[in-house]
Design a protein around this ligand. Structure first.
Ligand SMILES: [Zn+2]
Length: 566
C-alpha cells in the first residue's frame, strides 16, 4: 500500500538543491517519491491531507543518554529551584508523595543554586531514606548521609580512594565523605549503584518511557553517548520483547583506569560488540564507536582551559581526565578497528588535546590519512580561532548542543571565564563556515530533549527556557534556521554514517519523518516571529515505520502539553 502526503510543504533537506515540494509518497518503510506531481489516479493510495503543515526529516539526537534520560523522567525535578530552601521544600513535598519509594532520586540541581555547597547535612533532616541528587550537567552527585552509607563512603577506613579524574569530597579531619561526589567518582561510583538498585523491570520501563518521549518530540533516531553494559543489555532485552521504534547508534563509554591493560580491555570489549552489532548486521541498534571524557564542565571549573579561570584566585585551569599519550593509544586502538571516537572536550585546552589525538590517527594508524573516519568532538563550548579549520580539515564532526548555550544557564560564565573568553563561546557558525560537519544533539537529560528548543537557541541564540528574556549569547555565531534543522537531521545522520538511509527525504530513503506545524521563516532563515510557544505547541504526527506494521501515524498532543509545564 502506498501513502500519498499532499497539500503541505515537504522539506527534503537543508541544502539549496533540496527544493521544497508539495507531495511525498511512501511505500512500507521507504520513500518512493518526493516532488510536485501527484499521481493521476489515486486508486490504491491512502491519502493524507497535510492541511498546510510541513514534513521534515525525523530528528536524530546527535548526543544523548538513553537510560539516564528514561530514569530522569521519574526523578524529582529540581530544575526550577533557585535556592537551598526551594530545593528542600521540593524534595520534602515529593517525598510525601512517594511514601513507598525506598530511595529518593532527584535531578536538575546546579551548583549555583546552593552557592557551590553540597553537604549531606543540608539534606539529612528531610527524610530518612537515601537521597541521590544529580547535578544538571551530570558531572556531580550530591547525597545525604543514608545515600553515602549505601555507597560505602562513610567509614574512612573502608571507603574507596578517589578514582582517576574524580573526587569524593571528604572531611579533612575524619576522612568521611561529606556529600559531594564529582566527575568520574560520580560516573564510576554513584551511577552504577543507582543503576544496580533499579530492578530489571524498572530499567526496561526507563527505556520504554525514554523512547516514547523521544518519538513524541519528533525523533526517529538517537546517538547514545555513554553506553555501558547496563544500558546495552537492557536495550537488548527490550528489543527481544517488543519493537523499539527508534534507530540507535551507540558510543561505548571508556572509563579512565589505573593501568593501560584495564583501559584497553574496555576498548576491546567495544570492538568485539561492534563486530557483532554494526551497520551491516544491525543497522538500527549498533555500536558506532567509543566515547572518552577529556575534561569537565565550565560551571564546576573543571573544563580544561588554556588560561586559568577568572573566578578562582589560584591558577586553576581545570584538569584533563586523560593523559595525552594514553588518550592517543586508546583512540588509535579503536580507530584501527574501524570504530568512531567521540571525545568530550568543553574547554579550549581539552579541545586542543582531542584534536591532537584524533589528528594523529591519520599518520599513526594507517599512514595514509585519507580514510573516512568521522571521529567527533562533543560539546566544543570554548574553542580558539583556528580550531574550526582543524575540525574541517580532519573531517571531525562538531557535535554541539545548543540547549547548553541557553543564556538563562550561562549567567555565571562572565565571572568564571571573563567577558573576553565568553565572546568565543559556542562558535557554531565558525564551525560551519570553515566547512566542518555539524551534528546537533541535546545531551538529555542534562538539558531538555525537545529538538525545536535546540533549533530555537541555535538560530536566535536566545533562551528557550525563558522565552521572554531578551538576552542573546554571541549572536555572530548563530546558525540559519535550515542550517540548524539540517544539523539536527542530516548532520547527525552523517555523523554516524547513516546519511544514505535517514536524515533527508529522498527516493529510496527510509520513511523517517515528522509532520510539523511550524513557520520556516522568510527564505528559510531566522523565523520572522521566533516565539518559543509556537515551536512547542506544534501538532505533531510522527511516522516511524521501522517495521511496516508501524506505518500508521500517531499523534501525541498530551506529551507536547505536559512539556510546557516542565
Ligand atoms: Zn553527554
Amino acid at each position: 500500500m502506498k501513502t500519498l502526503f499532499r497539500n503541505g510543504t515537504i522539506v527534503p533537506g537543508s541544502t539549496e538543491s533540496d527544493a521544497l515540494c508539495t507531495c511525498m509518497i511512501i511505500e512500507d518503510d521507504r520513500i518512493v517519491y518526493v516532488g510536485n506531481d501527484e499521481p493521476i489516479s489515486l486508486e490504491g493510495y491512502k491519502v493524507v491531507d497535510l492541511e498546510g503543515k510541513k514534513i521534515l526529516p525525523g530528528f536524530i539526537d546527535g548526543h544523548m543518554h538513553l537510560l539516564l534520560f528514561g530514569a530522569s523522567l521519574s526523578k524529582i525535578d529540581l530544575g526550577a529551584c533557585t535556592s537551598l530552601a526551594s530545593i528542600r521544600s521540593t524534595i520534602q513535598s515529593a517525598a510525601r508523595a512517594r511514601p513507598n519509594a525506598s530511595r529518593l532520586f532527584c535531578r536538575g540541581w546546579m551548583h549555583s543554586m546552593t552557592d557551590g555547597a553540597a553537604l549531606a547535612s543540608m539534606l539529612d533532616d528531610l527524610d530518612p531514606r537515601p537521597i541521590f541528587i544529580d547535578s544538571k550537567d551530570l558531572h556531580s552527585a550530591w547525597c545525604n548521609t543514608p545515600a553515602l552509607r549505601e555507597l560505602g563512603l562513610l567509614d574512612a577506613a573502608t571507603s574507596p580512594p578517589d578514582p582517576a579524574g574524580g573526587v569524593i569530597h571528604r572531611d579533612p579531619v575524619t576522612g568521611t565523605a561529606t556529600g559531594l561526589i564529582s566527575e568520574t567518582a560520580a560516573v564510576n561510583i554513584v551511577w552504577p549503584h543507582v543503576a544496580k538498585v533499579a530492578s530489571p523491570d524498572e530499567k526496561l520501563a526507563f527505556i520504554r518511557d525514554a523512547v516514547s518521549a523521544y518519538n513524541a518530540a519528533g525523533y526517529t533516531g538517537m546517538i547514545e553517548m555513554a553506553t555501558d553494559e547496563n544500558l546495552w543489555d537492557t536495550m537488548k532485552l527490550l528489543r527481544a520483547r517488543e519493537p523499539v521504534p527508534i534507530r540507535l547508534a551507540a558510543h561505548w563509554i571508556i572509563a579512565p583506569k589505573d593501568s593501560e591493560g584495564e583501559v584497553f580491555a574496555q576498548v576491546d570489549h567495544a570492538i568485539a560488540l561492534h563486530e557483532e552489532f554494526n551497520r551491516e548486521t544491525s543497522p538500527d541498534f549498533r555500536i558506532a564507536g567509543i566515547k572518552l571524557i577529556c575534561d569537565g564542565v565550565v560551571d564546576a571549573c573543571t573544563a580544561a582551559l588554556m588560561e586559568p579561570y577568572a573566578a578562582t584566585d589560584a591558577d586553576t585551569t581545570g584538569d584533563m581526565l586523560w593523559k595525552p599519550d594514553i588518550l592517543r593509544k586508546v583512540v588509535h586502538r579503536a580507530d584501527g578497528a574501524g570504530l568512531q571516537c567521540a571525545l568530550h572536550a568543553i574547554g579550549d585546552a581539552a579541545v586542543q588535546m582531542a584534536l591532537d589525538a584524533l589528528e594523529s590517527c591519520s599518520t599513526v594508524v594507517d599512514g595514509a590519512g585519507s580514510r573516512d573516519r568521522r571521529h567527533r568532538i562533543e560539546h566544543l563550548e570554548l574553542t580558539r580561532p583556528g580550531d574550526a579549520a582543524r575540525l574541517a580539515r580532519l573531517g571531525i564532526t562538531a557535535s554541539v548542543q545548543p540547549v547548553h548555550a541557553d543564556p538563562a544557564i550561562l549567567r555565571a560564565w562572565p565571572k568564571l571565564l571573563g567577558e573576553e573568553r565568553c565572546r568565543r563561546a559556542f562558535a557554531y557558525r565558525e564551525f560551519v563556515d570553515e566547512g566542518a560537519t555539524l551534528a546537533i544533539g541535546t545531551d538529555s537529560p542534562t538539558a531538555p530533549h525537545w529538538p525545536l528548543r535546540n533549533v530555537y537557541t541555535a538560530v536566535t541564540r536566545r533562551s528557550a527556557r525563558e522565552p521572554d528574556s531578551r538576552e542573546v549569547v554571541n549572536k555572530g555565531f548563530a546558525l540559519g534556521l535550515m542550517q540548524a534543522v539540517g544539523a539536527a537531521t542530516a548532520g547527525s545522520a552523517y555523523s554516524c554514517f547513516a546519511e544514505g538511509v535517514v536524515g533527508r527525504l529522498g527516493v529510496g530513503m527510509r520513511a523517517d519523518f515528522v509532520v510539523l506545524d511550524m513557520e520556516l521563516g522568510e527564505g528559510g532563515s531566522i523565523p520572522t516571529t521566533p516565539s518559543i510557544q509556537k515551536y512547542i505547541n506544534h501538532s505533531l504526527a510522527l511516522y516511524f515505520p521501522l517495521k511496516s506494521k508501524h506505518t500508521s501515524p500517531s499523534t501525541s498532543p498530551n506529551h507536547s502539553k505536559s512539556s510546557l509545564s516542565r
